[in-house]
Design a protein around this ligand. Structure first.
Ligand SMILES: Nc1ncnc2c1ncn2[C@@H]1O[C@H](COP(=O)(O)OP(=O)(O)OP(=O)(O)O)[C@@H](O)[C@H]1O
Ligand SMILES: [Mg+2]
Length: 367
């Protein structure tokens, strides 16, 4: 401490460098003092040696000192003990190139109260030209409350993430229980037709369970990667048609970067794929016929295009399908509608279904 302590604000005023005509900013001394005094943050004016020559009422409140205990003292008394020496060095650096700037970019800054307690602060530094040379006006904001609310928000977000994870995990588990029940019932059913119906239902529930599984595996609860989802779904369908897996090839083509899709549409999309791929396994290659099922996923002009094709026996005529009591192809148009999409069916060498739907729901709504 190399500056004589000035006891009262009046005394401080007497030694104040703004005694003469204003230099910069172009304010009279009284205006400058008023601005500083009523500022909502703590304002501390220090000279080249780091001695406080002016402080405002907010500084007294924030640091718990009377003004008279601050004026004439080194500013380091407001800095926590362990960083005081460092602070002197930073101060010298600042005076080497005095530019208005926030203090300690990237560092956590703390103030030290009269009772020794510390609190987080944000500090803005402003060099001011005076008759006595460059001084530094530091504006100090106590960010304790901001830190606390940020912490509360982070905690709440973490809690929500854990809960969402839990919900998706449970939904998936419950759906798995349903598939096990359906499997059990299928095992006990003597009618093969009933067994087949139960197995189909099982596949549909599995397709839904998989979306929840991917959501909690990836920890992104708003969307899943459609390519990844379809890949795993198709493999799971293939596993349940073990009988044909040797003679029926399966090819899946999806873009490298993945296609993100919200849960709301991932489910109908997965269910639709489930129906089409299941049908291809079940109906396209009767007997010992061999061939390939291709699932192609791509984006085109703001749309997602998903094609399921096989080179099997081909679809029966439309008239025959219309009268069919089966459920699968009746569900397909419902899923297409939920996706705001369009489905094209090609009959020829085998069957080809091409679904096209907007990549973003908003795109559809505005067109
Ligand atoms: N890829 C395909 N190749 C050849 N025929 C097919 C193909 N997909 C569907 N079909 C024919 O269309 C019919 C209707 O299919 P749909 O999915 O509605 O019924 P399903 O598969 O028999 O029963 P489910 O209601 O369990 O799906 C099938 O019975 C089959 O004859
Ligand atoms: Mg079917």
């Amino acid at each position: 401490m190399n500056e004589p302590s000035v006891e009262s604000p009046t005394a401080a005023k007497a030694s104040c460098p703004f005694a003469g005509p204003p230099v910069a900013p172009p304010l009279g001394e009284d205006s400058f003092r008023r601005v500083v005094e009523w500022a909502p943050s703590a304002m501390v004016l220090i000279d080249r040696r780091g001695v406080m020559v002016l402080v405002n009422a907010q500084t007294e409140r924030m640091f718990g000192y009377a003004r008279s205990a601050l004026i004439g003292q080194p500013v380091e008394m407001l800095v926590p003990q362990p960083v005081r020496a460092q602070h002197r060095a930073y101060r010298a650096d600042f005076l080497g190139d005095p530019q208005p700037r926030p203090m300690g970019a990237g560092r956590d800054l703390f103030g030290c109260r009269a009772d020794g307690s510390e609190f987080p602060v944000e500090i803005g530094l402003n060099p001011i030209d005076t008759e006595d040379g460059v001084m530094v006006l530091a504006s100090v904001v106590d960010i304790t409350e901001r830190r606390r609310s940020q912490q509360r928000l982070e905690d709440a977000l973490r809690e929500k993430t854990v809960l969402l994870n839990e919900v998706h995990h449970r939904v998936k588990n419950n759906l798995q229980v349903i598939t096990s029940l359906l499997n059990l019932q299928a095992d006990h059913a003597s009618d093969p037709r009933l067994r087949a119906i139960l197995a189909e239902s099982c596949g549909r529930v599995k397709a839904m369970a998989l979306t929840h599984q991917l959501l909690y595996e990836r920890k992104d609860f708003s969307r899943i990667d459609l390519g990844d989802y379809l890949q795993r779904l198709v493999q799971s369908i293939r596993a349940s048609y073990r009988a044909g897996s040797q003679r029926i090839g399966l090819r899946l083509a999806a873009p490298e970067g993945g296609i993100p899709l919200d849960l709301e549409r991932a489910i109908p999309c997965g269910l639709l794929l489930n129906e089409l791929v299941t049908n291809a396994f079940k109906h396209a290659f009767p007997g010992e016929r061999s061939g390939e099922i291709a699932v192609e996923l791509e984006t085109a002009g703001g749309d997602i295009v998903l094609a399921v094709a096989d080179d099997g026996v081909g679809l029966p005529p439309a008239s025959e399908l219309a009268g069919s009591p089966s459920l699968g192809l009746q569900l397909v148009p419902l899923f297409v509608e939920q996706l705001h999409g369009a489905l094209q069916i090609e009959r020829g060498d085998g069957a080809r279904f091409t679904l096209r739907f907007p990549a973003r729901i908003a795109d559809k709504e505005t067109t």
